[in-house]
Design a protein. Structure first.
Ligand SMILES: [Zn+2]
Ligand SMILES: [Zn+2]
Length: 331
């Protein structure tokens, strides 16, 4: 395997799906294969996960400063030089010396660059990535199994960490991220309460299959007060809904990069030392810790795969909630 990869000399050009402007579909183009700078690896992409953040980029809710841009920030790839498999996550580069980086919060780096947003990502046959921000990956798993771990799993894990030692954890929205985290939480002996859009039976059934203690619609109250809740859906009105489901001292964690406006709510549902917080990006330490735990817990991704040229279809299906689990481009 390794030798095969080493022998395959990259061609001059590659296929890629490119973001050009807000509101327009990604465009299939032929681009030059990029050249790695010092510190960078030239990577042959095997698979790349599709994330809700990609929808926010398409819709302009999260801005791409310098289009055109190759999207995709859950990249499973082989290093062309030696066949090693690596994962490229959302956090693509930090300066390492701003006050946030120095305080161990590289996820909040003032000059961070993000894969598939500020740097070209994995919706392409090849990409380059700063080796310092790549994760070592197991070589024997199908690439589409690993891809959803790299953002859905990883940023979900950071959100879970913010729940502390909560035993009863509500998940609002049961898609790519929640279906991975539910397995980890169940493995840890804690309870998941899965809330979906009203009538989303397939997602509720998946939650139960993956060990959730309870699954229902987000307009239902849980059978017991929650110690914490993670809101995966980009839906601001879920914040007061989740607050009402919490015991005193509990935390609501907003896991997404964008959310619709949070409506006003009475102070009494926050009172009792309840907390609302967001989670932004990831640190490399989060990634290393999560990938190890996911392997120990035997986490499996439920994946719908698409070929590269069907990236727009995958994004449309994600928007429509047309599949359970995660979407991955296999390249
Ligand atoms: Zn993502
Ligand atoms: Zn920094």
């Amino acid at each position: 395997m390794r030798n095969d990869w080493k022998m395959s000399k990259p061609p001059a050009t590659m296929r890629a799906m490119v973001f050009e402007q807000v509101g327009a579909p990604l465009r299939p183009v032929e681009l030059p294969v990029p050249s790695p700078a010092p510190n960078e690896l030239l990577l042959r992409v095997e698979a790349c996960g599709v994330c809700r953040t990609d929808l926010h980029l398409l819709d302009g809710e999260v801005a791409i400063a310098q289009p055109p841009r190759v999207l995709g920030h859950q990249v499973v790839a082989r290093n062309v030089a030696d066949g090693r498999r690596v994962g490229v996550p959302w956090l693509g580069w930090t300066d390492g010396d701003c006050s946030q980086c120095r305080a161990g919060r590289e996820n909040l780096c003032e000059h961070a660059r993000f894969t598939g947003c500020d740097i070209d990502g994995g919706f392409a046959e090849y990409t380059v990535a700063d080796e310092r921000f790549c994760f070592e990956l197991a070589s024997d798993e199908p690439p589409e199994q690993i891809a959803p771990l790299l953002c859905a799993g990883l940023i979900g894990y950071r959100s879970l960490r913010m729940c502390g030692d909560a035993q009863r954890i509500g998940f609002y929205g049961f898609g790519a991220s929640a279906h991975i985290l539910a397995q980890l939480v169940a493995w840890q002996g804690r309870e998941v309460y899965a809330f979906t859009r009203s009538g989303d039976e397939p997602a509720q059934a998946l939650a139960r299959e993956l060990g959730a203690a309870w699954a229902g619609s987000s307009d239902e109250a849980p059978p017991q007060a929650l110690d914490a809740a993670i809101i995966f859906a980009a839906v601001g009105p879920l914040v007061p809904v989740a607050l009402r489901a919490l015991r005193p001292g509990g935390t609501v964690v907003c896991a997404g990069i964008h959310m619709s406006d949070i409506p006003a709510f009475p102070y009494e549902i926050l009172w009792g030392e309840r907390t609302i917080r967001s989670v932004a990006n990831l640190t490399r330490a989060d990634g290393i810790e999560f990938l190890e735990l996911a392997a120990q817990a035997g986490v499996r991704s439920h994946v719908t795969t698409y070929v590269l040229e069907d990236a727009n279809q995958a994004l449309g299906d994600l928007r429509a909630g047309a599949f359970r689990g995660a979407a991955v481009l296999v390249i």
